[in-house]
Write a protein that binds this ligand. Structure first.
Ligand code: NAD
Ligand code: IPM
Ligand code: MN
Length: 325
């Protein structure tokens, strides 16, 4: 029995995740889905955003489908997403940027760097320690190289080694790993790289980078494929895997029923791929394409349809494709 933990979370997570879940359930009626409550609303209700019980439910799952959570900018509130990534050691954040003439995989280190959580505040300054470890760098470099070998074997190592010493360390480990694994590579400074990805996306295959650079690069690259409503991601560790849209809880549109469910549905496709159902993942992508080509799109991508209408169109497209297969 395959058990999928479903976290809707906050804001539009509650609108897009039911669509993604329905898509998975259609392809895999044998999956067991169980809800896990975490996030800001949970914190407001219970005083705890993601307690030990929730973490243990997530640990029990074969895979996790995750929406988004709101992180209020209060100093005493710890981001639930970061907590889960750390506790489950989901060290590789894979963010495919795929669309018209664009096919890039951003491989973001997901557990350390500026997100190490080692921070303190004094009277007149606040500090965050950026920790880059050999273990953390080697494992993300190996993941990126493995992915590159299955694609065009072209790795770009995004860094800021011109000014940050810990990035010299990261860059050099990535270079050594690429050489050992026979992957052809280039290095690029993350600021210039971000612009070049937008101007010449066809030059890129796999980009590996540290935590916050990968965060910013992936949101920026969403520009190439229609915005944040389109981008899925996978958070992969050695024992657990969590799939979530790149976007957040979008409080500006939450509750209006207009959130684009494609990022969440694509995250479900990545989940299936990870479970070994490559054909099912491809069917989901086909169903998305059929829906978009029919002009059934939410306002962020120029359409007039609601989240539910897009969801219904994808489900009926998927049913038709399943009958043909
Ligand atoms: P956001 O990604 O939620 O939204 C940015 C912009 O993109 C907004 O204008 C939003 O309306 C739009 N957008 C995002 N997803 C969309 C979709 N599916 N369809 C249509 N439009 C979409 O980023 P933000 O506004 O910076 O953050 C809001 C909250 O989400 C914050 O509390 C932040 O901490 C949190 N956040 C959570 C996650 C996560 O849970 N993984 C990720 C990013 C941000
Ligand atoms: C993301 C988000 C998270 C991050 C936040 C919500 C902690 O922006 O998943 O991209 O910075 O990683
Ligand atoms: Mn982000």
């Amino acid at each position: 029995m395959t058990a999928i933990a479903v976290v809707e979370g906050d804001g539009i997570g509650r609108e897009v995740i039911p669509v993604a879940r329905d898509v998975l359930a259609l392809l895999h009626p044998e999956y067991e889905f169980y809800p896990v409550e975490v996030g800001y609303a949970t914190w407001q209700r219970t005083g705890e955003a993601c307690g030990a019980d929730a973490i243990s439910l997530l640990r029990d799952a074969d895979a996790i489908l995750f929406g988004a959570v709101t992180t209020p900018p209060a100093s005493d509130y710890r981001s639930v997403v970061l907590q889960i990534r750390k506790e489950l050691d989901l060290y590789a954040n894979l963010r495919p940027i795929q669309g018209n003439r664009v096919d890039i995989m951003v491989v973001r280190e997901n557990t350390e760097g500026l997100y190490s959580g080692i921070e303190w505040q004094e009277e007149d300054r606040a500090s965050t320690l950026r920790v880059i470890t050999r273990k953390g760098s080697e494992r993300i470099a190996r993941t990126a190289c493995r992915i590159a070998r299955e694609r065009k074997n072209q790795l770009t190592i995004g860094n800021k080694a011109n000014v940050i010493k810990s990035d010299v360390f990261f860059r050099d480990i990535c270079i050594r790993t690429a050489e050992e694994m026979g992957v052809s590579y280039t290095t690029a400074f993350i600021d210039a790289l971000t612009l070049d990805v937008l101007m010449h996306p066809e030059r890129y295959d796999v980009i590996v980078t540290t935590n916050i650079f990968g965060d910013i690069l992936s949101d920026a690259a969403a520009y190439l494929v229609g915005g944040l409503g389109m981008l899925p991601s996978a958070n992969i560790g050695d024992s657990h895997a969590l799939f979530e849209p790149v976007h957040g809880s979008a409080p500006d549109i939450a509750g209006r029923g207009i959130a684009n469910p494609i990022a969440a549905v694509r995250s479900a496709a990545m989940l299936l791929h990870h479970q070994g159902d490559i054909a099912g993942a491809a069917l989901i992508e086909d169903a998305i394409r059929l829906t978009t080509e029919a002009g059934i799109m939410t306002p962020d991508t120029g359409g007039k349809a609601s989240t539910r209408e897009v969801g219904a169109a994808m489900i009926s497209g998927l049913s038709r494709l399943m009958e043909q297969n």
